[in-house]
Design a protein around this ligand. Structure first.
Ligand code: NAD
Ligand code: UDP
Ligand code: UDP
Length: 343
């Protein structure tokens, strides 16, 4: 295998014995499931940039080739159209398992498929990790805390989740994925890492994915009213995507299983978010209230002290700094759409 210089590169072989070796380290082969999606494609950028080989597995349900087009033709990059619900044979050092729709609109579209992706997809990737001795990272979610009765949420909180609601395919699917991950760790000695990701935003989010940041930004650009669901007093904590990607890599390369909350502790009501979007894009934008969705969590804010102390990680980009960074990407894509060249 080729030598590469730079930081963050580890030797090939059983991941358990791998230690950082500095300049002249061997490059890794890494699978990113869901790598054509929003978070996955930014993670792929980082891994390719630091010199690793990356294989993306994606069924393109919510992902797009456009997110990875700049890597096509690079011999260190491979894109496989594959559904993680089906088994697959590969030889790799690390598996970042992201495949799963993240927006409520997308994961509710076919709830049984969402559960299959979370359970059978995660099982297959853990089976793969076990067979080849690869390190496995699960991207779980703050949704495992449900409508939390503890605030802010620490990793020790077990959550308040409705098992039979419209969001359950995702919440309970991810909870089962976490269980599987820990059972493979304890029972089959697979090296695992668990990230509980809080709401993340940035360039390449689907324009139509229904999440609040992408909705508000697209609406403000299109000169449409910002749709606030319910009374707009519910809160979320919004993390810029590069902070998340740094956290995922720190987690994969660190020595701790987790789970770790990866999120930005800045907490905003949806009305406050609408205000920041107005200030950033169009101060004359108006607000339109709509009925809220079922089982919508009232508040969400990560306690990130565990990630700070054990991973030496914390987010760097505030909402006011991060929002403008996604606006030009959205403007460009909305313009293309208007010109009939939409994706
Ligand atoms: P996304 O929808 O943009 O990306 C998901 C990717 O997985 C897409 O490319 C999609 O095509 C692919 N995929 C879905 N089902 C698949 C299947 N069965 N087989 C193969 N590929 C499949 O979502 P995202 O925001 O990039 O989220 C990535 C991961 O992070 C998800 O696991 C999500 O649950 C988790 N997460 C994200 C957030 C967030 O705010 N973005 C928050 C919490 C957790
Ligand atoms: N699996 C896979 N690729 C591999 C190894 C396993 O997709 O390289 C799948 C396998 O088909 C199974 C799952 O992972 O559905 C769990 O595998 P494991 O070996 O843990 O369990 P078993 O096959 O004994 O049920
Ligand atoms: N929301 C909103 N307007 C929208 C879309 C969402 O007010 O156009 C609200 C939604 O009801 C929820 C919050 O924003 O309270 C976050 O929703 P999102 O779908 O982004 O993420 P999640 O519910 O998974 O945290």
């Amino acid at each position: 295998r080729d030598q590469v210089s730079g930081s963050g590169i580890y030797g090939f072989g059983k991941t358990g014995g791998r230690v950082p070796v500095g300049i002249g380290r061997r490059r890794l082969r890494i699978v990113v499931t869901g790598g054509a999606g929003f978070v996955g494609s930014h993670l792929v950028d980082k891994l390719i940039e630091r010199g690793d080989d990356v294989i993306v597995i994606d069924n393109f349900f919510t992902g797009r080739k456009d997110n990875l087009v700049h890597h096509l033709g690079n011999p260190r990059f491979e894109l496989i159209r594959h559904d993680v619900v089906e088994p697959i044979l590969l030889e790799v050092d690390q598996i970042y398992h992201l495949a799963c729709p993240a927006s409520p609109v997308h994961y509710k579209y076919n709830p049984v498929k969402t559960i299959k992706t979370n359970v059978m997809g995660t099982l297959n990737m853990l089976g793969l990790a076990k067979r080849i001795g690869a390190r496995f990272l699960l991207t779980s979610t703050s949704e495992v805390y449900g409508d939390p009765l503890e605030h802010p949420q620490k990793e020790t909180y077990w959550g308040n989740v409705n098992p039979i609601g419209e969001r359950s395919c995702y919440d309970e699917g991810k909870r089962t994925a976490e269980t599987l991950t820990m059972d493979y760790h304890r029972g089959a000695e697979v090296e695992v890492r668990i990230a509980r990701i809080f709401n993340t935003y940035g360039p390449r989010m689907c324009l139509d994915d229904g999440r609040v940041v992408s909705n508000f930004v697209a609406q403000a650009i299109r000169k449409q009213p910002l749709t606030v669901y319910g009374d707009g007093k519910q809160t979320r904590s919004f993390q810029y995507v590069s902070d998340l990607v740094n956290g995922l890599v720190a987690l994969m390369e660190g020595e701790h299983v987790g789970p770790f909350n990866l999120g930005n502790p800045g907490e905003f009501t949806m009305m406050e978010l609408a205000q920041v979007v107005k200030e950033t894009i169009d101060p004359s934008a108006t607000i339109e209230f709509r009925p809220n969705t079922a089982d919508d969590p009232h508040k969400r804010k990560p306690d990130i002290s565990k990630a700070k102390s054990l991973l030496n990680w914390e987010p760097k980009i505030s909402l006011r700094e991060g929002l403008p960074l996604m606006v030009s990407d959205f403007q460009k894509r909305i313009l293309n759409e208007d010109e009939g060249k939409g994706y």
